[in-house]
Design a protein. Structure first.
Length: 332
């Protein structure tokens, strides 16, 4: 495509007025694009600030319910649950994840009972439940054993679906887990339970504050997750991961982290044209909050710009800790 040369073409003409800028705006951010991640813990009347994530708290169910109600009123379609599990319940195999009376199933059931129209997403992964902080069962060398882990993930997903969750989101990056979970859900009669696969989840340094929030950082120690999460250097590999998850029955796919991986979002959306999501992870959130607290950045403007960049890259939605603030800002 070619356009006439200057001065016949002056691209600034369309930038000159607010109305014309709005008329040619290619992408728009709305509350429908947001998923709000929350941290839940057991007990009553509990709220604990996450020091590395200003403005984020771990909440007991009674404190979470008003947050869920506010999320719904703001027009945010979905809440993502991440559990903070008591240390006494953590084991090498993380079997508490499959407890039908555990924290997550109880919270899911309460949320769907109180706010049936609010979408609820649950994490399918063992790291909040394991005593070693890895996302699965490990051998004597600390290597996560894929197939045994998948069996436990299937049990976890079944329990969550049985509690009434709308979306299960396997974030563990084990091979074959999407197909195994889809088959189990179908067998159990949960044909409408959606799967959002963490398909391209990288072994990133941006997850630190999240691990503080769920209490897995201390358990993980100096270990890492590089044997199952993706190498940040790789792009083509992400397409193979996404293709496999779609073939196995994923309804939606996710790229994680977010902004440092917008090239992956663009490639995934362009290649597969499926519902594609990104996670603006804890480290991204913490950086913006810290810069804003120091007066180096305007929090509202930078957060909105960052989320619009996700949309421009091709994301259909974003998991972000800014969700409720953004929904309010968008209302003006």
């Amino acid at each position: 495509m070619t356009r006439p040369a200057f001065p016949a073409t002056r691209l600034r003409r369309m930038r000159a007025d607010d109305f014309s800028r709005r008329m040619m705006r290619e992408h728009v951010l709305t509350a429908d694009d947001l998923i709000y991640p929350v941290f839940v813990l057991d007990g009553q009347g509990r709220s604990e600030a996450v020091a590395s994530m200003p403005g984020v708290e771990r909440l007991s169910l009674d404190r979470l319910l008003p947050v869920a109600e506010d999320t719904l009123k703001l027009g945010i379609p979905c809440l993502a649950l991440f559990p903070v599990i008591d240390a006494s319940l953590k084991t090498p195999d993380g079997i508490e994840a499959a407890n039908p009376d555990g924290l997550v199933p109880r919270v899911v059931a309460a949320l769907k009972r109180e706010f049936p129209e609010l979408g609820v997403l649950t994490d399918v992964a063992l790291d909040p439940y394991t005593s070693h902080g890895q996302d699965g069962v490990i051998d004597e060398h600390g290597y996560v054993i894929n197939d045994i882990t998948v069996e436990l993930l299937v049990k976890q997903a079944r329990v969550q679906a049985g509690a009434g969750v709308d979306i299960v989101a396997p974030s563990d990056m084990q091979d074959g887990r999407i197909g195994a979970i889809r088959a189990a859900l179908e067998a159990d009669g949960h044909q409408l339970t959606k799967i959002m696969a963490y398909s391209a989840k990288y072994a990133s340094a941006f997850y630190g504050p999240f691990r503080d929030a769920v209490g897995s950082a201390a358990n993980l120690g100096k270990s890492n997750k590089s044997t199952y999460q993706m190498d940040p250097a790789n792009s083509d590999e992400a397409l193979h991961e996404v293709a496999l998850d779609i073939a196995e029955g994923a309804d939606m796919v996710m790229v994680k982290p977010g902004m440092p991986y917008l090239d992956i979002v663009r490639r995934v959306k362009g290649e597969f044209a499926v519902p594609t999501y990104a996670y603006q992870v804890s480290g991204e959130y913490a950086m913006l909050k810290a810069a804003a607290a120091n007066g180096w950045l305007d929090e509202k403007k930078t957060a909105l710009e960052a989320l619009l960049a996700f949309k421009r890259a091709g994301a259909d939605g974003v998991l972000t800790y800014f969700a409720r603030d953004v929904a309010r800002w968008l209302r003006g």
